[in-house]
Design a binder for this molecule. Sequence first.
Ligand SMILES: [Zn+2]
Length: 794
Amino acid sequence: MPRICATFLPVRWCQGSGGAFDNTKLVSLKPPRLWPTHFYPAAAVGGRRGFAGIIALRKSSGYRRFRYREFSATATTRQKMASQLYADSKAPVSLLTAKVHFENLTQTEKLYAHHFSKAAHYGTRIVLRQVSPESEAIFDFILSFYGAVKASSSATFTSILTGPPYSLSDEDAQNVVEYFSQFLGNLGNYKSFGDVKFIPRVSSSTLAGAVAATGREDLVQALAKVEGAMYGTEPGASVLLGYPENGHVTGYYPAAPSSSSGDDDVITKSEIEAIHDAVGGVYLPENTRIVKESGGDQFVLLVASGVEAPKVIDGGVKTEFAVPAISESAKVTVKFGDHGREMALIAESLGQAGAFAANPTQKAMVDNYVVAFGQGSMQAHKDSQRHWVKDIGPTVETNIGFIETYRDPAGIRGEWEGLIAMVNADRTRTFGALVNSAKKYIDQLPWGKEFEKDVFTPPDFTSLEVMTFAGSGIPAGINIPNYDDIRQTIGFKNVSLGNVLSAKSANEKVPFVKESDLALFEALRGPAFEVQVGIHELLGHGSGKLLSETAPGTFNFAKSSPPVSPIDGKPVSTYYRPGQTWASVFGALSGSYEECRAESVAMYLATDKSLLEIFGHTETSTEAGLADDVIYIAYLTMARAGLVALEYWDPVSRKWGQPHMQARFSILKQFLEYGDGTFVKLTYSDADTFDDLEIDLDRTKILSHGRAAVGTYLQKLHVYKSSGDVVRGTELYQDATTVPAELARFRDVVVRKKMPRRQFVQGNTYVGQDGQIEYREYEESPEGMIKSFVERAV
Ligand SMILES: [Zn+2]
């Protein structure tokens, strides 16, 4: 599967303790597909034996490896563990804004997007049930309590809570609303990144007091029902999603109603596998859950469908399966109608969307979705995906279903997910203009044309603005479908989600940027990012030639007089042999190295005024940002990214966990080390904590030092890649990404100042009496998050 490039995978993608780890255990999981990061969130979690840290790396083989360290339980570590599980405080909240792009759609397109969006959100309760047994009840409690409090006044939720009859402290009220918001942002009480539980910072007695103050007995009951699960941190294993037999939590294997919670009632990993072996060839597992009947060897395979007696059944008449691997009498019975209410609403909404499809391919796709969700047919879902892949570059892009399987401990059952996004017409135009001028800019790069392709071919890159992403978390990019046979025979789509990647929120703290730079940084980080992404994706990854022996005896360069390296003035002596590729020659290094090359191309070309003009930045464009200011912020952003990258570097193993961040760190090093070292300086007065660490970038030296530094580096990166010089390329990159002591000492302050993970508030659409469609957006705040869910009414 091709790697998705998430150019600006931000720091907020990762979270957690950032503490010390060691390699006491390695566990491989199934290959992830969705998240474009090679690094999975680090998190401090509790284990059965006490406190543990988790970090996971995605290896080039496509496997995640979890490393963790266990400590024996003491009162202190237990206490520390519980406090590590508190909900985030002051997490940035951003609106997933796509209104302007929605407004640009035709009425037909708007209706298509609207009905698709409704369908996606109708899966909200499915996700809640998939996460944990308590999540749906907590969800209902949150919305009901919010409604009860707000019924009395139009003031904000927190200000009502601080007045009588609730009389919470400001801090307690804030903690309540922040827990609610984080819960809704994750669609459950486990983080969608890291699968770790989070609990309210407000005490259970304070929350219970506020609930009692509503005078609503039903709410008191509702809280009492979920309170234990909401606050519980014992046993330690229960704070992680995973196999129930290991004490972890999952929603994919719900307990039978008659369950006594005895050990015999808990489904085991081997039973799950045996059932899949017996049934999986007939019923694909993505839209299923399994219930183990009390104490025995009888199981029910629940299939999500809008009807309980479907006309279309993937297994034909076969709805019972023996599972001899469990026992002679073991049996699985297939039962349709799981999530029946939601699946029926989803199928109905999609049927309505189908009336507004843009072309026959879309219509066929939607028709298959209706069967897939109404009847519970995964074969119909596969058919929908066959059409989806062929629907190239639609104005309204969608995907929906039980897609990603990370959170099922067995890694085969899919979490509900629905994407509705629009092409950003302005960006498409800008990127198109950049592609048209590609030759002009590639010619400026610091190597001769022998190291460049004869004809520029822009890489596959689509950037969309997300209107709706229903599910537990929003990725920065997607690469689907996951069905391997469809990927191989028909293909897949590779999409970057522009407004997710570029999200920021008002008054967001930006550590390490000088006070005097902050206003400009805030104003131009978006535009500078756009320039950076465009160059990185199109001219960065799109440039370069691999000097190769394409077939035995056939070369794509003059073998008798090889290209002369601009580094040492000598002809290159290496090249790719038949069958060799960039990744096969450079191995594990290739991903990060290539990101570094693309980032360096972006830095090198971002100073070109004619290129900036394509993006609307000139000497006089005060509105869009002056060209020189954009250049400055682009360089400052890179320097800052290189510094905060240290979070993704493990000081114990001295290894990097995230390829883009590793790349940016190495570019910062070029800035710091170039010439007399006056271009970028890291300044501080507090030498104990480095709490006032700041980046001092001399903007008068961007061309003379910054661009020169990156040019020297880029030339080597490129020529070694182009000529397949793995020896010198490896040496260069390992040296550039080595963290010296004088930079390693800043890692603690980087980790300490890290922001909690971003939460996204999504809008809702409504069709009025007059047929007009309203796109309603909400405040970028925890309360805006809650309100958006109240009005979504799923
Ligand atoms: Zn990239």
